[in-house]
Design a protein around this ligand. Structure first.
Ligand SMILES: [Zn+2]
Length: 102
């Protein structure tokens, strides 16, 4: 068996360090794929991207999920992303709002 590397599935969005969360696969069809990549890399999409690209649930608006309510109530294990949804939320759980040099 090939050894798996330590880096488990995690969100690929630049700057995101959300450890938990439901992860969603990069769609294979255009134009969604491009839109996701553009979001993930803040518009600077590298010429070759990794095979495994995930975006965590944090970057989607609530209404991008068809079962958010069930998920929150513990009835669903995974969030179900509505096809064609594009990530649009960078998230702000890091207290970066009022950090300044002085
Ligand atoms: Zn993320």
């Amino acid at each position: 068996m090939p050894k798996l590397r330590e880096d488990k599935s995690k969100c690929s969005v630049v700057g995101c360090s959300n450890p938990h969360a439901s992860l969603h696969h990069l769609p294979t069809s255009e134009p969604f794929r491009s839109a996701w990549l553009s979001f993930i890399f803040h518009g600077n999409v590298p010429t070759s991207v990794g095979k495994v690209i995930f975006v965590c649930a944090k970057h989607f608006k609530d209404d991008c999920f068809s079962n958010l309510r069930q998920y929150k109530e513990g009835l669903a294990k995974r969030l179900c992303l509505i096809e064609g949804s594009i990530p649009s939320v960078f998230g702000d759980d890091e207290q970066s709002t009022s950090v300044s040099c002085k």
